[in-house]
Design a protein around this ligand. Structure first.
Ligand code: SF4
Length: 343
């Protein structure tokens, strides 16, 4: 069974720019999700100590990080395997809030488990001055029978309640989720309930995956409940089409608003544009903000934090004009500490 866990002293390679980094705070998972092979591959959960996480984040902040993405297979059970009975993700955020973290602005959380997303954690997100008002909660489905077959340990009603709690306790939150379609046992009615749920809730970001059979998992043994690949693929397209419409409506509503944007670099789309992200856009998985430079703003550099005004929109992306540099990118001070590679 895998037992390895890196810490802040582990040598590492840079896989991201210095202004945005990933920090893995725990490895492994103890949950029994029927479709998932990760607990077998990565072993039981092992959390890093809060002190180790703090040291790494402080070093990243000293190196110019503006954004740190905390990751784990299940971020919300962070600390439950440590000797300290009080350790939790909410308390870790509380400890980070007391540190001098210089240029660091957004501590972003991936991934929360629905049943472990406590009010204490939501309050820590809402109140943490450097915690991004962003939550990534893979929900996988809404239909009770599919959730039961998936062995997720909760029902659709608790998911509805969770969405209500997140939005009530974290004003302005960007809520991201993922769903699996075509899981064994997903009937036409179950998928229709998922479509209705997504239409009703209007998530900010949705990722949709077609079920992929993993040998050695519970779901992988349910051959008699299999959904044909063509049906699963059609469901994925239908759900993505619905979410594209919702996303476009949300993007349109942002036109004319001012947004703080972290510049990632020059754009692949045009030599005249830069691209970046606002607090509600995670690297690699969400949309972007394409930036043109307004009068009086010097050329933009990766790592600059800029005030922008949104000019136009597409399905998942925005276009904006940079109006003012709020926080210039940190000057290069060598690469003594580098952002981490995540598995
Ligand atoms: S889906 Fe996520 S929470 Fe469930 S077993 Fe896999 S890694 Fe753990």
């Amino acid at each position: 069974m895998p037992r390895y866990l890196y810490d802040d002293t582990t040598p590492r390679l840079a896989s991201t720019a210095r202004h945005s980094a990933y920090v893995k705070i725990a490895e492994g998972c103890d949950r029994p999700c029927g479709f998932c092979i990760i607990p077998k591959l990565r072993g039981p959960q092992r959390s890093r100590t809060p002190e180790s996480v703090e040291r790494e984040i402080m070093a990243l902040a000293e190196g110019g990080a503006v954004e740190v993405n905390l990751v784990a297979q299940d971020l919300t059970t962070y600390g439950t395997d440590l000797d300290d009975p009080e350790a939790s993700l909410a308390r870790l955020l509380g400890r980070l809030a007391r540190l001098d973290l210089g240029t660091l602005r957004w501590i972003r959380l991936h991934y929360a488990y629905p049943t472990a997303t406590t009010d204490e954690l939501l309050d820590a997100i809402a109140e943490g001055p450097r915690v991004a008002k962003y939550l990534d909660v893979p929900l996988q489905h809404i239909d009770d029978s599919v959730l039961k077959i998936m062995r997720r340990g909760h029902v659709g009603k608790s998911v509805h309640d969770l969405v209500r709690r997140v939005r009530a306790r974290v004003p302005g939150v960007t809520l991201r989720t993922t769903f699996i379609v075509g899981h064994p046992g997903e009937t036409d009615d179950a998928f229709a309930r998922l479509m209705d749920f997504v239409e009703e809730v209007e998530f900010d970001r949705v990722g949709v995956f077609t079920y992929s059979k993993e040998e050695g998992t519970h779901s992988g043994s349910l051959d008699d409940l299999d959904v044909p690949t063509t049906v699963a693929e059609r469901r994925r397209r239908d759900l993505m089409r619905l979410q594209r419409r919702i996303s476009k409506k949300k993007m349109k509503a942002m036109v004319g608003h001012d947004l703080d944007v972290l510049v990632d670099g020059s754009s692949d789309e045009s030599e005249y544009l830069h691209e970046g992200r606002h607090q509600g856009q995670a690297p690699e998985i969400d949309g972007k903000v394409f930036l043109s430079v307004g009068d009086g703003v010097r050329a933009l550099r990766p790592g600059d934090l800029v005030r922008t005004r949104v000019d136009s929109f597409a399905d998942y992306d925005l276009a904006a004009t940079a109006l003012e540099i709020l926080q210039p990118a940190a000057k290069a001070r060598g690469r003594a500490r580098l952002p981490v590679i995540v598995g």
